[in-house]
Design a protein around this ligand. Sequence first.
Ligand code: G1P
Length: 294
Amino acid sequence: MSHIKTAVFPVAGMGTRFLPITKSVPKEMLPLIDKPLIQYAVEEARAAGIENFVFVSSPEKPALDDYFRTNYRLENYLASRGSTDALRQVQDVTLKPDTYWITHQIEARGLGHAVWTGRAFLRNEPFAVLLPDDFIHSDRPAIGQMIDMHARIGGNMVASMDVGRDRISSYGCLDVEARAGRCLSAGLIVEKPSAAQAPSTHAVIGRYILQPSVLEHLENAAPGVKGEIQLTDAIAADSAKNELWGYEFEGKRYDCGSKVGFVEATIALAMQREDLSSELSLNTSRTAGFSMVA
Ligand code: G1P
């Protein structure tokens, strides 16, 4: 049984990097093959024992609710045709009404503000945050790896990986004081430092296990980098009370907030799918002048 029961999924962003498709299809609904990006994050959380799902979305995105809600018309249609596999697929992705909530972040005021917007659905206990843009392909769900470790060491925990000095300014950054296996004890966390001023090259990746006291720091938080209320700043403020850990997860992370990352994730997933990989390899080897690296 997981001690982390609830996960927050901040999905209110406009997805401007993926225009024009995101004019009508929310970025988190874009498919990695045949499932929307958000589904992978929900599956990761579910596999880690998380039971409650809080989506911080925006009113312009009815597709999210359509996806997770029961679609009786479709289910009746598939049942009447005896399409049991398709029916099971549809039912598998449907969430029970009392296990998920969609709330709206009306103004784009940053990640910290998005998490704070979900506070009414969080009890006074640690909770997870998953950013669906960070797609992590692993045998054991990345958030599950963190939950197991968090059960032992507590505190606030963020997923981390070394991204190198040339890329650290796009991320939250940990000042690492000590390491024990995959756990990094961090004295400081800063949002998007310049390459020259970054205390390390250990970046924050979009998986968090946070203490409820982080929400208190978000309550009256001042805007930080980019004029937005940063989750990183609230975690930093909470480090007086709760120890801060980076966790170097096992698995490969794809930045699906970028087009290249999205395409790479699609290729990697396709090459691992039994129903696609052999035909795909055959077709690509037939295509002169084009080689595919999984
Ligand atoms: C957000 C966080 C940042 C983190 C990143 C991971 O930034 O603010 O600390 O490193 O996600 O993907 P964003 O990518 O929304 O600018």
